[in-house]
Design a protein. Structure first.
Length: 141
């Protein structure tokens, strides 16, 4: 059974589900920073997914990055899997702007996280509601 890594649970807010991945919002309002987690057990590397799931992960990542670029008026999209701290396979999809807190450096460890307010989370969810397709199911919350 799929279970989210405790660190991801602690540091993110659940948004919803694509056919393969759970979409999370990193609880850091410095950047629109999203995380896709394939709902598969005991997977830490891309190559551990079967071919169909690899293609689906790429499809969901690409669609999300394109949606976020347009919806958040990004100057650049950062997409990465690292897993050095959280071994569960997860894909970071981060909206970058030339005026964000870390530009042009990577976001990791640059600044302390600034948690979202309820109003900010609602605004992000509403922005996504207008942009995400029918194959996405929002989680209530």
């Amino acid at each position: 059974m799929f279970a989210l890594d405790p660190r991801l649970q602690q540091d993110t807010l659940p948004i919803g589900d694509f056919p393969l991945c759970r979409l999370l919002l990193s609880n850091d309002s410095n950047y629109p920073w999203f995380i896709l987690v394939p709902r598969r057990e005991n997977i830490s590397e891309l190559f551990q997914l079967d071919d169909i799931d690899q293609q689906q992960l790429w499809k969901e990542t690409t669609a999300l990055a394109e949606t976020l670029k347009d919806s958040f008026d990004a100057d650049k999209m950062n997409v990465a899997t690292l897993g050095n701290v959280v071994s569960q396979l997860h894909m970071h999809v981060i909206v970058r702007k030339r005026d964000d807190a870390a530009w042009p450096a990577p976001v990791w460890g640059k600044h302390s996280a600034v948690p979202y307010t309820e109003v900010q989370v609602t605004a992000v969810r509403e922005r996504l509601r207008m942009a995400l397709t029918d194959d996405f199911k929002f989680l209530e919350g």
